[in-house]
Design a protein around this ligand. Structure first.
Ligand SMILES: NC(=O)c1ccc[n+]([C@@H]2O[C@H](COP(=O)([O-])OP(=O)(O)OC[C@H]3O[C@@H](n4cnc5c(N)ncnc54)[C@H](OP(=O)(O)O)[C@@H]3O)[C@@H](O)[C@H]2O)c1
Length: 355
């Protein structure tokens, strides 16, 4: 049994971590922090957890690092800029750190500081941090002290392209054109739980809008995933446009690809099936079947479909996930399982909720 802490236990990813970890057979949640709800039982804010936990929120204040050092692993479900202030002391104390924000995702210090407009507090630790995508970085995650848990959109984009980029590298030739268009849609919980005018019910219900066209912070993370982590030999140009859709949970990412003559000769669906056949959380759908967000709701599953039209030299990859589970808290727990040598699926094998 390991001891865990969750910093930021009142947000949407925080409560998702409580849901997953309170049912995990090898984890005890020792600390759950909130500055705004300190002293209140978690069940008074989230009655869904009644009967599963009697945790009370703590504001650890000046004692934060000392208290968190009593744990084996600390999850930061906080805005960017929080984990980096405490991670060096925690790592020095032998505590594993999993940050659900962006402090340890971008390997380039310069890219982090320019996209997030925030000076990094521990550039040395950033160099050691591992990007927490087990389907790509499993061996590195096993030995990592600090995990930068991936962003929700990058998880769909990088895993949606991985079999293709890997095949291109192996064949030494392009299967798809340089330009890749990633058209992605997220449910409103992707923006967190705090009140904001543009996230009001009346603003988001019966509405559908694009945002971040001039540059979303997940773009450099997607580019890093393809060029640095998957080591693409082709310098792909990514066009990424996120949208907000009127649903609570769920993410649907459509990847548009132009096929080269070599690409037309490949059966892309078979490439994906083979690449993911041993991945417990990735489901490649049969040819001719396409996913919907409901089919992964509240589960750590990421579902992919591949459509190929050789007459038009094009292909489309469709990827769905629950943004709060495989896109955040579930992925963090999957990383924790890998780091502590637990069965990777432990505490994560939920059947998605339908309807
Ligand atoms: N929502 C998603 O789908 C999603 C997916 C992937 C990654 N993420 C990332 O995960 C992180 C958390 O997202 P979220 O949606 O759960 O956010 P959220 O709903 O806004 O919750 C933020 C939490 O952080 C705490 N907090 C805020 N500032 C803090 C500080 N300075 N020190 C300590 N605690 C602080 C808040 O509690 P108190 O104010 O009470 O302390 C709250 O519990 C973000 O970095 C987000 O980008 C979110």
């Amino acid at each position: 049994m390991i001891e865990a802490a969750i910093v930021g236990g009142t947000g949407y990813t925080g409560v998702e971590l409580i849901r997953l970890l309170s049912a995990h057979p090898n984890v005890n949640i020792k600390w759950l922090t909130s500055r705004s709800e300190a002293g209140k039982p978690v069940t008074s804010i989230f009655p869904s957890l009644r009967g599963f936990t009697d945790l009370v929120y703590s504001d650890l204040g000046d004692d934060t690092t000392d208290a968190l050092s009593q744990c084996d692993v600390v999850f930061f479900a906080t805005p960017h800029g929080v984990a980096m202030t405490q991670a060096p002391k925690l790592v020095a104390a032998g505590v594993k750190v999993i940050d659900l924000a962006a402090d340890f995702r971008l390997q380039s210090l310069q890219a982090f500081e320019s996209w997030y407009q925030h000076k990094h507090a521990c550039p040395e630790l950033l160099k050691q941090a591992v990007y927490g995508l087990p389907e790509i970085n499993r061996d590195a995650i096993k030995k990592a002290a600090v995990i930068g848990n991936p962003g929700c959109y990058p998880t769909t984009a990088i895993l949606g392209l991985k079999p293709l980029i890997t095949a291109q590298n192996a064949l030494g030739s392009a299967l798809v054109e340089r330009r890749i268009i990633i058209d992605a849609k997220s449910g409103v919980s992707g923006a967190g739980r705090q009140a904001k005018l543009d996230l009001n019910y009346a603003e988001t219900t019966d509405n559908f809008k694009a945002y971040g066209l001039a540059g979303h912070r997940h773009l450099p993370e997607i580019e890093q995933g393809i060029q640095a982590i998957l080591a693409s030999q082709i310098a792909h140009r990514i066009r990424f446009v996120p949208h907000l859709v009127p649903m609570v949970r769920g993410m649907f990412t459509t990847i548009h690809l132009g096929l080269t003559d070599e690409g037309v000769e490949q059966d892309l669906h078979s490439l994906y099936v083979t690449a993911y056949q041993n991945e417990p959380f990735i489901d490649v759908m049969p040819k001719g079947e396409y996913p919907d967000t409901r089919s992964v709701r509240a589960s750590n599953r990421l579902r992919i479909a591949v459509y190929q039209d050789n007459s038009r030299h094009e292909a489309t990859v469709l990827v769905v996930q629950d943004n709060l589970v495989k896109g955040a808290a579930g992925q963090a727990v999957q990383c924790m399982n890998v780091m502590f040598g637990f069965e990777e699926t432990l505490g994560l094998n939920h059947v998605p909720i339908v309807p």
